[in-house]
Design a protein around this ligand. Structure first.
Ligand code: UD1
Length: 338
């Protein structure tokens, strides 16, 4: 069964390709290599023994998307990761984000609307909840006004899919709202490859640990939390990847409750920035050089998932602990810098 994975050479995409191939799916990847490398294919082959098909296509080129679906009429499902994801950059360049994240989604859905039956998984984010009023966050928590153009593209993306599903019964879609993905494949053959200075906590920690960065700045320790630092729900990327395969199997097997569903993907456990640092120090055996600085603007205090819906309805549960995820992130960092 053939599955298209857009952005399949990226961080979450590549781990999902591995899990799809492990489950016997035939994978075709579309990636424009704007934030990834063709070398990732070698890592996927090293783990699975199988090379996925790969086409370098920019999904903003509508004619090329159409041509792709004309050539691959046997695609049974699409997992759509390809998108820009830097919050700060999106504030500087909103139109780039709307073009990259919205036009590409529309072109894909237009192609899928021509099919008798189409299955679509969308990469969404817990960012749609903003600072939720109640923890842990359920899928029924209100979607708050987006804090950045990036966050807005995820909200608008969900709306585009849900409105399309209302008028197109042949389209079955699931939006997966990720909390904070981290880690790497335990083989250390694939992992996160941030370009430039990492904006996210975990790659900044591992790069500091390996000596590429002088010091980690902890953004604020005066938040109303147990140790004063922000709380997030860090989920191992392999657990996240597995959830995509289960979601796709749900659609392909016709087991979905309605033709548009939304699930939170997190562990259900909140960890503070200082707890994440402690986990790094434990698994690496190294002291991390860090300093508490001012709060980062736009940061919410706390976000962790209520995972009951994913547990009960999808039959999926995150299996890895923070330490296990951190160990995989560190093993990957050590391997790529050696
Ligand atoms: C951010 C985005 C989110 C996006 C996600 C994944 C915002 C408001 N949210 O989540 O939309 O889906 O990245 O790309 O930007 N921290 C430090 N020092 C650092 C880096 C981070 O203390 O050098 C702290 C932050 O203040 C935060 C936590 O670590 O409390 C996690 O930060 P980060 O990894 O950037 O993720 P989010 O901000 O949760």
């Amino acid at each position: 069964m053939k599955v298209l994975v857009t952005g399949g050479l990226g961080f979450i995409g590549s781990h999902t390709v591995v899990e799809l191939q492990n489950q016997g799916f035939e994978v075709v990847i579309i990636d424009d290599l704007s934030n990834s490398s063709e070398k990732v294919l070698e890592g996927i082959v090293a783990i699975t023994g199988k090379k996925p098909l790969f086409e370098k296509i920019d999904l903003k080129e509508k004619a090329k998307v159409e041509d792709f679906f004309n050539r691959h009429t046997d695609v049974e499902g699409v997992i759509h990761f390809a998108a820009s994801k830097a919050v700060g950059e999106s504030v500087e360049k909103p139109l780039l984000y709307y073009e990259n994240n919205i036009s590409t989604l529309v072109y894909l859905l237009k192609e899928l609307s021509k099919k008798d039956n189409a299955n679509f998984i969308f990469s969404s984010s817990c960012t749609v909840y903003g600072q939720a009023d109640e923890m842990p966050i359920t899928e029924n928590a209100p979607v708050k006004a987006a804090e950045s153009p990036y966050g807005n593209t995820k909200q608008i993306g969900e709306e585009i899919i849900s409105e399309t599903c209302k008028v197109l019964p042949s389209l079955n879609a699931i939006a997966l709202r990720y909390f904070n993905p981290m880690g790497a494949h335990p083989s250390a053959e694939i992992g996160e490859l941030p370009i430039g200075v990492p904006q996210n906590l975990v790659p900044f920690i591992t790069q500091t640990g390996i000596g590429m960065r002088e010091q980690l700045s902890v953004f604020g320790d005066d938040y109303p939390t147990s140790d004063g630092t922000c709380i997030r729900d860090y989920i191992h990327v392999v657990d996240l990847a597995k959830a995509h395969v289960i979601a796709l199997q749900r659609l392909i097997g016709g087991k979905n409750g309605s033709n548009y569903e939304v699930f939170n993907l997190g562990t259900g456990t909140g960890s503070s920035v200082l707890e994440v640092i402690k986990s790094f120090e434990k698994v690496s055996g190294k002291k991390l050089n860090y300093k508490v600085v001012d709060r980062r603007s736009g940061d919410i205090i706390s976000a962790y998932a209520n995972t009951e819906k994913a547990n009960k309805v999808l039959g999926w549960k995150a299996a890895s602990t923070l330490d296990e995820a951190m160990k995989s992130a560190w093993d990957w960092e050590v391997k790529i810098r050696s």
